[in-house]
Structures are given as C-alpha cells and as structure tokens.
Design a protein around this ligand. Structure first.
Ligand code: PHE
Length: 454
C-alpha cells in the first residue's frame, strides 16, 4: 500500500471536509421526513419558533461541547470520557451514546430503505394514476411485506458500511463532499417547484405564521427532541467526528455553521413540502406518512411530477446516507478503540448485528406488529425513545460534565486552540452549559413526560 499508516489515527483533511461530514450527519431524514411531520402535528409556525429558539439556546452549545470533548481526547465517546474522568462513571454517558447509535441506526436505515423503494416505484411507474387511498394502501402493504423492506434495508446498510470501510478521510469525507452539494441543488429545485404552484402561500402561512395557542408542554418536548435528533447531538456522533478534527479548526465556528446549515435545510424542506401540500388541499398534520403517502399524491398532480418524485426520494436517500455513516462510525470507533478489534472486523460485527435489529424494526411494522413494548411496536419504541429521551438525557449529561466537572481552563484552551483564537463568547457559553441548558432540558423533559406540569 502507498504509505498509508494504519497505526496513525485517521482524520479529516480540510475545513470544508469537516463541515461536509458534520453537516452531512446532521442533515438527514430528520430534516426532510421527521421535521415537517412533527411540525405539522404540533401547530406549524409556533413550533418553528420554539425550534429555532432551542437550536440557539441549547443545540449550538451542546454541539460545541461535544466537539470539545472529541478533539480534546481524540477518542470515541466511551474512550473520551474514560480519558477525561478516569475511574469515574462518566464513561457510561459514552456507552449510552453507543446504545443510542444502535437503536437509531436500526429504524433510521429501515426508513432510508423505503426511499429506495419509492425511487424504484417512481421509475417503474408504480406511483402514476393512484388515488390517495391506493397510495396509502400501497405504503402500508409495502411495509407489511416482510421481504421487500428488509431487502432495501440490507442494501442501504451495505452502502453505509462500504463508505465507512473506506475510512474517515477517504470514505466519509470524500463521499459527503460530493453528496452534500448535490442534495442542496435538488432541495432548491424542489422549493422552486413548490412555490410556483397556485395556492402556495397558504403553505407558507402555515409554516411561518405562529399560533401561540399551539405551544403546549408536549410541543416543546417534541421540539427539543427534534433539535437533538436533527443536529445529531446527545449521543456522541459529534464527539466522534470531533475526534477526527485537526487542532487548528475553530470549533465554535464549526458548531455554528453546521447548526445553521441543518436548520436552513429543515426550513427549506418545509418550504418544499407545505406549499405543495396546501396547494392540493391536503391536511398538513398527516403524520409520518406525509412523505410516503401525501407527497406521492402531490407529485402525481403536478406537472413534471415523476421527475420531482424521483428527485425528492433521491434527496432523501442521499441525506439519509450521509447520516447513517456517521451513526455507524460511532459504533465502529467504539469497537475498534475500546475492544481493540480491527476496523474491518468492527464494521462486519456492527453490520451483522444491525441486520438483526434493523430487520426486526422493519418487520415490526408488518408481521411483527403485535410485538409491543410499553405499548409501542419496536419501530416506534426506537424512534421515540431515542429522540425524546436518550438524546436529551445524553446532551444534559454532556453539558453538565463540561460545565461542572471538567476544568474550565481546559475547555477554554480547546475552544481557543491553546490561546490562538479569541473567544469573546466564552462566558456566555459557560453560563449556558452550566445553568441554562441543563435546567431547560430537565424542565422540558419532566414536563413532557408528565412528572411536573407548568
Ligand atoms: N441528524 C440526523 C437527521 O436529522 C439523524 C441522526 C441522529 C444522525 C443522531 C446521527 C445521530 O436525520
């Protein structure tokens, strides 16, 4: 091999590469599939406002904190906490992240697989001339089939593993640097199409005009969960990517840029979806089926619909792929650094175990739908517990660790690259991670699950 040193820890090669990879992780099904339906179910514009507030007040500080932990230690989440707090139980926060990674990858890759089915259906004409009932039937019977969704799942998982096998720089960085700009172009095309439909403005009103009576405790919890899920924070993905970032990178800038890109894509996805939904007189609160039932119906009715349908599901697939690789990387970094396995073996073990968990998640919408835990099928259990419980809890512990248990001087040192950068925001950041973020997360959380009421 051409001078590739396998003992040297891999790293990102450029600033742009860091942004592409981290924004690639953040931008995903969370923005295009989950955000619009959660927003639709929780009142539209008011939800957006709460969402933006949480991104700035909590999301960005948590992301900065993860980057600090990762780059300070150059380790996977478990190794990082072990290094920073030896012989203390903090490494359990990292371990919780690895467990969350397994859970997310399972249901997330299942949904990613559906995007392939819908690209396939678009090309083979399966989405033409269908009534909305037929489209709904098609979606439900597709998910209830055992083989098809499982097959797409396997294909998507293998694509993910193949990129991660290429390594951090040659696999993850190179592929995201190509996929992210492509995704952006497709999204803009979709927005233009949607905005030029007659009656589009009603969708914009829904998205941007807040109705404050819709802000309930549950809506705030959903917004918090959505911020964590969408920014990929609270489970060590950003710790892991941070561990591959070189010492001259300005971590605060990186956190702000990635968060802004992610938020912009979520808003643009809303702009691509709601005007079209309203233009064709469909209810915006149709839940998770918005993407797979409502939109195909919308595409059928618009000029050039099948082209846009293909583009849309391609957009989803690309966005999903740049996220699944980041989740798999957490598991692989943990296996290879903590358990001492080679990357190849780590990827193989992770992929094979994912086949079991992911196919169960996929089947839980079909033949296994009667298997219920806490009254939820496996898919919903994975989707809801990760976003609304594990990620916020992880985020709370991460900021509490940096705010209360780790020397402030070291945090500052990492954020200023050893004193080379100015960090005028530092005291504000410190105040946020010590007080605002932990208290806000705890309150929202307890209120959302009904332990306290405000
Ligand atoms: N942020 C990704 C999305 O919005 C999902 C994700 C969550 C990725 C957690 C990594 C970690 O689709």
């Amino acid at each position: 091999m051409s001078g590739f040193d396998f003992n040297k820890r891999d790293s990102f090669g450029s600033r742009l590469g860091v942004i592409a990879a981290a924004a690639g992780s953040a931008v995903g099904l969370g923005n295009i599939w989950r955000f619009p339906y959660v927003l639709g179910e929780n009142g539209g514009g008011a939800f957006l406002l709460v969402y933006l507030l949480i991104v700035f007040a909590i999301g960005i500080p948590v992301m900065m904190s993860e980057l600090v932990i990762g780059r300070r230690t150059n380790r996977n989440p478990v190794g990082a906490f072990k290094l920073l707090a030896p012989r203390k139980p903090w490494y359990l926060v990292g371990l919780m992240g690895v467990v969350s990674a397994f859970m997310i990858l399972a249901f997330y890759t299942a949904v990613s697989g559906w995007t392939l089915e819908y690209m396939y259906q678009t090309v083979t004409g399966g989405l033409v001339d269908k009534s909305s009932d037929e489209l709904a039937g098609m979606f439900h019977s597709f998910r209830a089939e055992s083989l098809r969704p499982a097959l797409w799942f396997v294909i998507f998982m293998l694509a993910t593993s193949a990129i991660v096998l290429g390594g951090v720089r040659r696999g993850i960085e190179t592929s995201t640097k190509i996929m992210m700009p492509l995704l952006f172009v497709i999204l803009i095309i979709m927005c233009v199409r949607s905005l030029t439909l007659p009656g589009a403005s009603e969708g914009l009103d829904f998205l941007f005009k807040p109705d404050f009576s819709k802000i309930t405790g549950k809506a705030i919890l959903m917004a918090l969960g959505q911020v964590f899920f969408s920014l990929s924070i609270g489970m060590g993905t950003i710790i892991t990517y941070g561990s591959y970032i070189q010492k001259d990178n300005n971590l605060a800038n990186t956190a702000v840029q990635v968060s802004l890109i992610d938020t912009m894509v979520a808003v643009l996805a809303g702009v691509a979806i709601f005007p079209a939904v309203f233009a064709f007189g469909i209810s915006p609160s149709s839940g998770e089926s918005l993407t797979f039932i409502v939109l195909p119906g919308v595409f059928q009715q618009m000029a050039g619909g099948m082209f846009f349908s293909f583009m849309f599901f391609l957009l989803l697939a690309l966005a999903a792929l740049t996220s699944t690789i980041s989740v798999l990387e957490v598991i692989v970094a943990y296996f290879s650094e903590q358990l001492g396995w080679s990357r190849k073996v780590s990827i193989m073990v992770a992929t094979l175990s994912m086949f079991i968990l992911g196919i169960s998640a996929s089947l839980s919408l079909g033949v296994m739908q009667n298997v219920k835990i806490f009254d939820l099928n496996i898919f919903d259990l994975l989707n809801n517990t990760t976003a609304n419980i594990l990620l916020p809890l992880g985020g709370l512990l991460i900021v509490a660790f940096l705010g209360w248990f780790f020397p402030s001087r070291d945090v500052r040192d990492e954020l200023t690259n050893g004193g080379l950068l100015k960090a005028r925001y530092y005291y504000l950041y410190r105040f946020v991670i010590k007080f605002i973020a932990p208290i806000a997360i705890a309150l929202v959380f307890l209120n959302g699950i009904g332990i306290i009421k405000f």
